[in-house]
Design a protein around this ligand. Structure first.
Ligand code: ATP
Length: 411
């Protein structure tokens, strides 16, 4: 074989086999690569999910730690700031007894405190831990607040004379103060409604509030009598603060005899607390502008035991007496309560009213409800006169039973 000549070997078949197998391997490797890429993507997705889970869990741990800390924190005492010294210390009064001079917690600024603020005190050191919002929330302390009651004068039966009186002494000063100014007299500061239970005293006060678009704030006198010294007086102060804030408003104090009973020479510490509450009430009334936007209405069924100081001119100087309704008034009250009822047209309202002798407005309402119950029991959808007869008998019987029970109790 001459130089430069390539050997005549035939490599073509093995070369083809090799390239084929290489291509196959490449294909397998590419497939594998695609699989691995897919797995990697899945793994990354899982990693991201786990990372977010870790963050969520860490937050949960933090929340639970915080909750645990909160649970372990000792309770704080509520106190009132009485004085603020220049050096940053304050005098606090708490329900634990005497007044204390204490420090402020680091995060409580002196500027956020004023004399009279409600504050939270550390149980051991009594230092001020925080300033609380003022507590004028009657719902918390057992009062009732209605922005505009939906009771109108038309819902009151048989009290025309009383409605006229209350309009003159409460409605006119609120809606037309110029009339009083022109004549040059002061309207009554407070009106006292006197009458047996269930005769419509609350109803009358609500109707005036409705007519004058005033906020109706109702408090029962006994709720103003509190356990701790000074608490009742504070409640009265807050009640009037709120009334001024929500003015025009009508403050209605039901059962005023429980705070306004005659003061006695010999008094227990409980009596003295009631007296303090009464003094605060009198002070608030004295500070009132008779032509202002806040009106006070009291209600009682024991006017005989009220302290004279409450009744003197400039305080409850208008007394409106409400008696048990007479026959004519009972007809009116019955008609009011029958308005919403479905009844047979042959009911003789006067006869029914005649049988309700001695009943109050609340009793008549109860009689209407009972008569409806008797009709339902009989499978009827309208009330007939016989239902009223049964209802009157039932309500009067219950009445006698409860009066007797009360008699036993106080005998
Ligand atoms: P208490 O002294 O027990 O608080 P009250 O005199 O304030 O009683 P209200 O609460 O005004 O009595 O009346 C109770 C219910 O009796 C009223 O919701 C009303 O349905 C009915 N009622 C009382 N008097 C009248 C009346 N004159 N006209 C219509 N309904 C009346």
């Amino acid at each position: 074989m001459s130089e430069g000549e390539t050997p005549a070997t035939d490599f073509s078949v093995p070369q083809m086999d090799e390239s084929k197998s290489l291509q196959e391997r490449i294909a397998i490797l590419e497939e594998r690569n695609a699989q691995l890429l897919e797995e990697m993507r899945r793994g990354e997705g899982e990693k991201r999910y786990l990372q977010s889970e870790i963050i969520r869990m860490q937050k949960e741990i933090q929340r639970l730690r915080f909750e645990l800390e909160r649970m372990k924190a000792p309770p704080l005492i509520i106190g009132t700031i009485k004085d603020i010294f220049g050096d940053g210390r304050v005098v606090v009064k708490s329900t634990t007894g005497p007044d204390f001079i204490v420090n402020l917690a680091e995060y409580v600024t002196k500027e956020s405190l004023v004399v009279g603020s409600r504050v939270a005190l550390n149980k051991q050191t009594l230092s001020v831990m925080g300033v609380l919002p003022s507590s004028i929330d009657p719902l918390v302390s057992g009062g009732e607040l209605i922005e505009k009651p939906d009771v109108s004068y038309d819902d009151i039966g048989g009290l025309a004379a009383q409605i006229r009186e209350i309009r003159e002494s409460v409605e006119d000063p609120l809606l037309r103060p110029e009339v009083y100014k022109k004549v040059g007299i002061d309207p009554p500061k407070g009106v006292l409604l006197v009458g047996p239970p269930g005769t419509g005293k609350t109803l009358l006060a609500k109707a005036v509030a409705h007519q004058t678009n005033a906020t109706f704030i109702r408090f029962v006198g006994s709720e103003l009598v509190q356990k701790y010294i000074g608490e009742g007086a504070r409640l009265v102060r807050e009640l009037f603060d709120m009334a001024r804030e929500k003015s025009p408003s009508i403050v209605f104090i039901d059962e005023i005899d429980s705070v306004g009973a005659k003061r006695l020479e010999i008094a227990t510490s409980g009596d003295r607390e009631v007296q303090r509450t009464l003094m605060q009430l009198l002070a608030e009334m004295d500070g009132f502008n008779p032509l202002g936007n806040v009106k006070l209405i009291g209600a009682t069924n024991r006017p005989d035991i009220l302290d004279d100081a409450l009744l003197r001119p400039g305080r409850f100087d208008r007394i409106i007496t409400i008696g048990k309704p007479d026959a004519e008034a009972r007809v009116e009250i019955l008609k009011i309560h029958m308005k919403r009822m479905s009844f047979s047209p042959d009911i003789r309202v006067r006869v029914v009213a005649g049988k309700c002798d001695g009943c109050s407005g609340a009793d008549i309402r109860a009689i209407c409800t009972e008569s409806g119950m008797f009709a339902i029991r009989d499978g009827r959808d309208r009330v007939i006169e016989a239902d009223f007869d049964q209802a009157i008998e039932k309500v009067l019987k219950d009445h006698i039973a409860s009066t007797k029970a009360a008699g036993h109790m106080f005998a």
